[in-house]
Write a protein that binds this ligand. Sequence first.
Ligand SMILES: [Zn+2]
Length: 396
Amino acid sequence: MIIRARQVVTMDGPPIENGAVAIEGNRIVAVGPVLDLGEQVLLPGLINAHCHLDYSMMRHAIARPKQFTAWVQRINALKRSLDSADYLAAIRRGFADLQKWGTTSVCNIEAFPELMTRLGPSPVRTWWFYEMIDIRHRITTDDVVAGALSFFQHRANSLDSFGLSPHAPYTASLNLYQLANACASSFTMPLTTHVAESTEEFDMFRHAGGVLYDFMTSLQRPMRDCGATTPFGHLWSTGAIDSQWLLVHMNTLLEEDFQLLAELPRGAGPHVVHCPGSHRYFSHPPFPARRLHELGVNLCLGTDSLASTDSLSLFEEMRMLGAVEPWLRPEELLRMVTVNPARALRRRGQLGKIAPGALADLIAVPAPGSLGGVYEDIVNHDDPVSWMMIDGQICA
Ligand SMILES: [Zn+2]
């Protein structure tokens, strides 16, 4: 219980104006001033489980594509036209957008680790996932090598953490996935990858055909792993990924994939990240939310990058998923941007909830209705978030 009074005389320091005393059992556990946020809902800061801040300047830059492969080629061309100053500006813009919409933690896939040394302290809690691709080697300059090495040493402040992200089964070899597994277990880092995103990726692995297959062949990717399995089956059955991974997309799953997941003990499955806005932009096959939910998979939401969605608002992402899957209650949607991603990042109890011992990452949004409709009111919130605390510091 917390008892508030206009003045609190503690006899343990000066009197406190507008103070409160927190009681647990028969003991006082905290005494201090009250910050009254008034007619607001106080809730945990939101966690974006998948984002590419590098591309925050590409909002509406690429028209909705007919083919996923054409989009990949288009963004690769756009990337070549930009320099490091553009990317640094993009990352800062992305951070501002995250904060605007109440996001206090983000899983960011970083394609330019060498930029890290030139970035100031992260304004929100950030997992910097080092993007790994070995289909076509980047031309490595001394700068890139030095930057990559300093990537994991660079800890601008306590809000930075690191992870590894082999890009996708069509751009990263099984060997690279194994290397990432070994490295992550030595350094206790989370792992994430894109998998089973598009029909073209599915056709490449299942049928050894289609536009992505042709494109990858033209890049001299060895294609012997194509023509039998599914993208998920390709990674899962070879042990390249396991239950600790955050698997982003998972749109094109077959019965045999669900079977692999069903063989796991309930709740021991991998973490799956769905990006509703990006999913809609690409018109991917329907995301099997219900099936994965019934299998006990830990479902999280991400925004993906501004190159394939309109904003970095997780409120918007919750609404988009809720519109397609009306059986998902607002409370469940909110879990996908709080406790579920906290669990995926192995920060259960520390992030995504307001409880003793948790980190002070909090946001407030207006409370227009009664307590009975509070989850719905949160999901429907559609304005910039006006109050935010990260790591105990008020920042908006
Ligand atoms: Zn992505």
